[in-house]
Design a protein around this ligand. Structure first.
Ligand SMILES: Nc1ncnc2c1ncn2[C@@H]1O[C@H](COP(=O)(O)OP(=O)(O)OP(=O)(O)O)[C@@H](O)[C@H]1O
Ligand SMILES: [Mg+2]
Length: 485
């Protein structure tokens, strides 16, 4: 099952595929940029925090132990940071600090060149909670000093009832080894949430880049596919008018030049083929006339009256067919120019002419439709095509009710209905073949050459239109003609 329905046109399909690819690449780029940015920011934060912590440590470590608590209280701290002094570093509910942060902080301690005399006696780098906080505990370089809590000095190993509980050291044997007891300075700081797109120009630049890419893709695809449209238009024009199509320009990218050359060669061959065929038809038609005339002369001398009449009738028919063949080739090769004409008036004129030619059936001719409907067509050829069809309706169906429908999707439709016997469904395509006549109509009275429908369809095809047949439910035939508006 196909879940994705691609657009109909090649250009839209290509644009859709390329834009999807482009969007994926942009997203991937954005992701890489974001990860990078987050990492950079993190490094920056770590660096900053390490510097801050070391400055505070230096400050406190240099002070006399008894002044430290007061100093600490006055320490200017950014929002979210805390500092405290404790007997043991708080390691409960903490977890290991990433290696990179540990590296940055150790480096900051070395960079700040803390004099050997006040080097921390222990350094514990941990993380805590979510969102994560950095927790740095410095073991102060001298012996234990803690502020005296209001209810008396703490017992040496602390207790739950006196101030903050002294935490068990758990799996950190090196700290318990730091004896005699050390007081610890702990500094904590929250990591600000990552803001990878905080640079104001970034969003604008990204949007502009994406839009520009999308516009470029759309433009390039449309431009690249333009020659395909030109080729399609040229093929269409060739189908309508073999004699007059202009060759395609043989310029542009190599593939397009190759296609244009191939198309022009094909058009030239088709043109030659049509010309040859028409020439052959004309030549045969023309050359047959002489022997037919000779045969007619000879038939006059036949003794048997009945045979002579039959032979002359056959020869008349042959002559008519030859004349029709010549007319057919003339119609097919018509190079009449396309002009703006009023289809409604043309249909009414044909009906008037038909009424003049067959006054008995004048009442059975009718026109329904708009007063005027201008279209582009070859006036004489189109008149011949429609007159053939209306003539047939009158000849075989004793009526011609013509309805002209206004354009739908750029096509006008003409329906010609009659009251005749209609055409058996299996004959409907075959009546368009040259010289094809239905047996029932093979009599002198309605006699024709069987070329009318074939000529009509040829002309209509050359206009980009068509003709089709339907039998009416009761009686009669409907001939539907379509033409570009
Ligand atoms: N309206 C119609 N009703 C019934 N049969 C039709 C109708 N139109 C055409 N036909 C049949 O189709 C055949 C082919 O028509 P076509 O117009 O090509 O030739 P034609 O009318 O016999 O001769 P021509 O038009 O060359 O003088 C006709 O002989 C006729 O049998
Ligand atoms: Mg006819």
């Amino acid at each position: 099952m196909n879940f994705i329905t691609l657009p109909h046109s090649l250009a839209r399909r290509m644009i859709l595929i390329l834009l999807t690819g482009f969007a994926l690449i942009q997203l991937l780029g954005l992701l890489i940029h974001t990860l990078n940015q987050v990492r950079l920011q993190q490094l920056e934060e770590e660096q900053e925090f390490a510097t801050r912590a070391v400055i505070i440590y230096r400050h406190i470590a240099l002070a006399a132990p008894e002044d430290r608590a007061a100093l600490l209280a006055k320490e200017p701290l950014p929002k979210g940071d805390t500092v405290s002094l404790s007997l043991l570093p708080p390691i409960d509910h903490t977890y290991a600090m990433p290696l990179s942060a540990r590296g940055a902080i150790r480096a900051a301690i070395i960079d700040y060149g803390i004099p050997p005399g006040i080097r921390p006696r222990g350094l514990l780098l941990r993380m805590q909670g979510f969102p994560p906080r950095f927790v740095i505990s410095f073991g102060l370089p001298d012996n234990l000093f803690l502020p005296v809590p209001p209810n008396g000095p703490p017992p040496p190993n602390g207790g739950p009832e006196n101030g903050p509980p002294l935490l068990s050291l758990g799996p950190l044997p090196d700290i318990s080894a730091l004896l005699p007891p050390v007081s610890w300075l702990t500094i904590t700081s929250t990591l600000p949430p990552p803001a990878p797109w905080r640079s104001p120009g970034f969003a604008t630049a990204f949007i502009v880049m994406t839009l520009l890419g999308a516009v470029m893709i759309t433009w390039a695809v449309r431009r690249l596919l333009q020659p395909v449209k030109t080729l399609a238009a040229a093929a269409d024009a060739l189908g309508r008018d073999v004699a007059n199509t202009k060759p395609l320009p043989e310029t542009g990218p190599a593939e397009i030049v190759t296609a244009a050359v191939a198309f022009n060669t094909m058009a030239a061959r088709v043109r030659r083929f049509v010309e040859d065929r028409t020439f052959l038809l004309t030549a045969i038609g023309h050359d047959l006339r002489t022997p037919i005339t000779r045969l007619k002369l000879r038939a006059e001398y036949m003794e048997d009256d009945e045979q002579r009449t039959k032979m002359l009738a056959d020869l008349d028919e042959m002559e008519a067919m030859v004349a029709a063949t010549l007319a057919f080739s003339r119609d097919v090769t018509t190079t009449e120019a396309i002009a703006r004409l009023d289809l409604a008036s043309l249909l009414r004129t044909i009906l008037d002419d038909a009424a003049d030619g067959d006054p008995d059936h004048a009442a059975a001719l009718s026109y329904t439709g708009p007063e005027h409907l201008p279209i582009n067509a070859r006036p004489l050829a189109l008149k011949r095509a429609l007159a053939n069809l209306i003539g047939n309706a009158l000849k075989y169906g004793d009526a011609a009710r013509v309805t002209l429908h206004p354009p739908i999707k750029g096509m006008v439709r003409i329906d010609i209905e009659d009251d005749g016997p209609g055409i058996p469904p299996d004959e409907m395509e075959r009546v368009f073949e040259p010289f094809r006549r239905l047996e029932t109509s093979r009599n002198r009275e309605t006699g024709g050459s069987g070329l009318g429908m074939s000529i009509s369809r040829n002309i209509l095809h050359a206009h980009g239109g068509d003709v089709s047949l339907t039998n009416l439910p009761e009686r009669g035939l409907r001939v539907s003609v379509t033409l570009p508006a």
